[in-house]
Design a protein around this ligand. Sequence first.
Ligand code: F6R
Length: 618
Amino acid sequence: MCGIVGYVGPKSTLEVLIGGLRRLEYRGYDSAGVSVISPSGHLETRKKAGKLGNLVAEIEEHPLPVANIGIGHTRWATHGAPTDGNAHPHLGGKRQKLSLIHNGIIENFAELKAELVAAGTSFSSETDSEVAAHLIAREFEKSGDLVTAFSAVVVRLHGAFTILVIDEDQPDVIVAARRNAPLVIGLGDGENFLGSDVAAFVEHTKRAISVGQDEIVILRANSVEVRSFDGKPVQLEEFTVDWDASAASKGGWSSFMAKEIADQPQAVADTLMGRLNSDGSVHLSETDGLSHEDIKNLERIIIVACGTAAYAGDIAKYAIEKWSRIPVQVELSHEFRYRDPIITKNTLVVAISQSGETMDTLMATRYAKEHGAKVLAVCNTQGATLARESDAVIYTHAGPEVAVASTKALTAQITAGYLLGLWLASIRAVVPAAELKRLGKDLLKMPGRVSQVIAGLKQAERLGTEMADAKSVLFLGRNVGFPVAMEGALKLKELAYIHAEGFAAGELKHGPIALIEEGQPVVVIVPSPRDEESLHPKVISNIQEIRARGAKVIAIAEEGDDQVASYAENVIYVPQCEPLLAPILTVIPLQTFALALSTAKGLDVDQPRNLAKSVTVE
Ligand code: F6R
């Protein structure tokens, strides 16, 4: 994980670096550091364990010189505890004039370290990254050229890395490389940027280039050159970032998470925009990499994703199967490729990832491609590796999601899943076109309904605040309510650090009901009673079973469900909609509930302990 930023140009380098790190802090916040080279040619470094604020305080106490070039890092610790010494940048060689930052894991670092130690190098950290700093410094002493030295070393490194290097003796250039970890270039006028993602520099420029696998970047204020590891020049493909810089700031909200919950009507509307016509028909031009013939021949869809994104996949499964009659299985990316899955050329793998950089999901999609499947990505980040490596991409237009816990990216992913389902169904033509259009029209109404849910979140907030002392909360759901229950539990675990579990309500009597005792809070996602095949009566029976054993029930139910109130201590109502679309609405009170409970416990909701937003290690 870790966030990386680099800048060369006339602006205040420190301001650019700290601003970039602030936007990248979601990637890791165990420590932070910067190195700059002053116009008089001196390399200076400041680094500090803990959140970015500690580094800023350190710089206030020990100011850095004005500079035109620098690199910055925010760390999610892998090798070595989160201490000042293990924080990046790391200095290389006896000269200590070369500074390096690294995101990823150098898998052969032990062997390389042994080689350096035998040659008399001493280390000042426990990180794998310092090895690369010393190796490059040693090569630099031989050749006197940073690019030559850097190129000689990166080919020796195994594993995943984005590495940025500057050196006092060549003070006009940042040299960078990427393998299995993200790196994006930001193009300015007389200035250029590097970042783990576009959030690092979107405040300054919207012109970007994403760096490919095994490529080296040579960045100066007035030039950008990219070469492959074997020295061949790489053709640069520029794209325009469509994120608004202000979208990545809190804008008066108490937390990014609170803001991002409130952003959801827009995230859903933007994801639908241009893809769903007013008559309810779907137009997905991004899927041009997949022909109608490919779709007609599909035997199976496998959705790969992790965490919250996998729950979006679970919800999409219900819709895609029901509407297109194509069998769908949802796999956790990290489990998928290790069990020899059955993949044919008629398998479509749908990879869902907000960041597009989750290593587990990238590895799963690479595996699927190698075995002949087509890959369709559902991704929120332009220029991300997943998007580059897939046959087609449906971008979720949720905008930058900064809080570590996913909220608006999830509702945008669910929305994209419905669009995909309707699009596949329109090609497979099993369900009548008129019925698909009716569903499409209902989907068009979702942003308005999401706004209504957001306007009524006070109750969820109050319940979360009142339950700050809860030791355990259970979540129950059926059908599309089941993944919503799982997501509600995940939010509570990651934000409030309490025991929380989601169950399929029908599974309760097969074991989990033994957990119910007097006072146990249980949140139940109640299905619509209007659906002919509704599971409503069954879920009401489940509620009665747990209440008989002492559970305190919070129900999430649709407006007009008059029965539920007599079976629950509290009912949070959401607007009526097509039952399969309900997760977009029912998940929102659960987000607010977790946010309020975590806030009441005095915890950091945007940066929960031990986590990072973008999980770029396996
Ligand atoms: C939980 C959460 C994570 C991510 C997961 C996948 O709130 O955010 O579970 O959903 O790490 O991340 P992406 O979507 O970037 O692949």
